[in-house]
Design a protein. Structure first.
Length: 509
């Protein structure tokens, strides 16, 4: 496939807001491809390189892209992918210059439109509205398969290019081979915010209420004596959490996959702030010393596999009950439809210093990576996990630091929707850290503002959402305040503009 055809498709997808037209166009393209072209096109249309990061910073990319555009186009997808692989593979003395030379050569063979496409692809800023969810649906349409079958395969495999290949070449029977595999973590199931307990119980009826812990999400895989622990972002953090490894090995099971949370507790049993818990996951750790100073408590709340049998599709009531038979290290839970009992459970969670409660369906399966209608989170203050899009230079005491953050929610149609700015809730330590972190992600700047790669997720507290003509979504956060950077969360875990709009509309009723 020629790069020019993919660039043309990307431009079309970016120009239309019709989900159906996006899906039809992408599906039509997918039907024509096979082999490497299919894998590369799938990756590129989701805004990613198959090689991941290739060692090009913003300044180097600007340098490399400052070459005359070619006319006409002469690049094929496989040539581009091979060029990125070669750039990523450079190492050792002189590698920086060699990467620059290879990138200049690639951009010198690209048209102006292709240069823009490639630069945004490398930056991770290709906002043409074909996120993984939309691409998965397009794959289903191209292969004439149920969307649920493709989503399930993607949930278990985690590699859209592989799911695309199997769907289009082997059909639904091929997708059925994807299973939950030990030591290959899956995306965690997610919750959406509810206005209050009444709203959650109205939707769920009888529900499992659980204390909402402000800790670090973990996924534990065990086979016999081998245990691995993965973070929310699916990184292997086994070495940092010996408490979890020891507990997992003690369970009366041959193999198991569990979902849970770890957090540091004070002597009175109340939790330390999230940032304290995250000290246990630093890059350079004296694990035994940190374990002594800041021991972690482990709380499991779901089970996805037990002794070789998948439990993903079993209802919540069965998973939760079997988990409690397996271990006492579980999050506090109350199963009820009674509003007064639920309110008492919520107050108890607050009294213990926790964030609030989770309300979970007793009938739904475990929907990995999904923020559906089976889990709800209830907190005393409104919070959203948003993405930092840019930051403005501070003045006065904050001069020299990037201070005023531009906050965006994920747009399922592609890109981000800005919801406002905040400079509140930042200590000097946070200001210094975020200045360094944001400058390392710089895309461009003007006199006041540094625009950055959308990679950092922040937890933002706010009083309410108000109408605003100043932002494209027509909404803005009121009294927004930084609660902290969520280094454990990827951009895909951030809240969507649809969630924000639902909160806004609910408050108006």
């Amino acid at each position: 496939m020629e790069l020019s055809a993919l660039v043309e498709l990307s431009a079309f997808v970016a120009s239309t807001r019709s989900r159906t037209r996006k899906l039809d166009a992408i599906a039509e393209m997918l039907r024509t491809l096979e082999g490497e072209d299919l894998a590369i096109a799938t990756a590129f249309m989701t805004g990613s390189l198959r090689q991941g990061r290739i060692g090009l910073g913003p300044a180097a990319l600007r340098d490399a892209a400052a070459v005359d555009a070619a006319q006409p186009s002469s690049l094929g997808l496989q040539e581009v992918d091979a060029a990125f692989a070669a750039i990523a593979g450079e190492s050792g003395s002189g590698s920086k210059q060699r990467r620059l030379d290879r990138t200049r050569e690639l951009f010198g063979r690209a048209t102006a439109d292709e240069q823009t496409f490639l630069a945004r692809l490398v930056y991770g800023e290709l906002r043409q509205g074909a996120l993984a969810g939309l691409m998965a649906e397009a794959v289903a349409r191209a292969a004439e398969l149920p969307s649920a079958a493709v989503r399930r395969a993607l949930m278990l495999c985690g590699d859209l290019t592989e799911v695309s290949r199997v769907a289009l070449t082997e059909g639904e029977s091929g997708l059925g081979r994807f299973r939950l595999e030990l030591f290959r973590p899956i995306q965690p199931m997610l919750a959406q915010p509810a206005d209050d307990l009444d709203a959650a119980l109205e939707k769920l009826g009888e529900a499992a209420l659980e204390t909402k812990l402000d800790g670090a999400r973990i996924q534990v895989h065990r086979r016999d004596g081998e245990v691995r622990v993965y973070s929310r972002r699916l990184n292997d953090v086994t070495a940092a959490v010996p408490e979890v490894v020891e507990l997992a090995r003690s369970l009366p099971a041959r193999q198991v996959v569990l979902d849970g949370e770890v957090l540091a507790l004070k002597e009175d049993g109340k939790p330390w702030p999230f940032q304290e818990t995250m000290k246990r996951f630093g890059r350079r750790l004296d694990v035994e010393r940190m374990r002594e100073q800041l021991p972690l408590s482990v709380f499991f709340f779901d089970m996805m596999q037990l002794d070789g049998e998948d439990w993903l599709e079993r209802p919540g009531r069965e998973r939760f009950a079997r988990l409690r038979e397996l271990t006492a290290a579980t999050v506090p839970q109350l199963v009820t439809a009674d509003r007064e009992k639920a309110a008492g459970f919520l107050e108890g969670a607050y009294d213990q210093g926790h964030e609030g409660v989770m309300a979970k369906s007793l009938d739904a399966g475990y929907e990995a990576g999904s923020r559906g209608a089976a889990w709800f989170k209830i907190k005393p203050v409104h919070t959203l996990d948003l993405v930092v899009l840019a930051a403005e230079w501070g003045s006065g005491r904050r001069k020299g630091w990037l201070s005023n953050l531009h906050l965006g929610a994920v747009d399922p149609a592609g890109g981000f929707v800005m919801l406002g700015k905040t400079f509140k809730g930042m200590t000097d330590k946070v200001l210094a850290w975020q200045t360094e972190a944001l400058l390392a992600r710089e895309l461009r700047r003007d006199e006041w503002t540094v625009h950055v790669r959308p990679e950092l997720v922040v937890e933002i507290a706010f009083s309410d959402i108000q109408e605003s003509p100043h932002y494209p979504g027509g909404m803005a956060l009121r009294f927004a305040r930084l609660r902290g950077y969520r280094e454990d969360k990827a951009v895909a875990d951030a809240d969507t503009i649809d969630t924000v709009r639902q909160m806004f509309e609910a408050a108006r009723r």
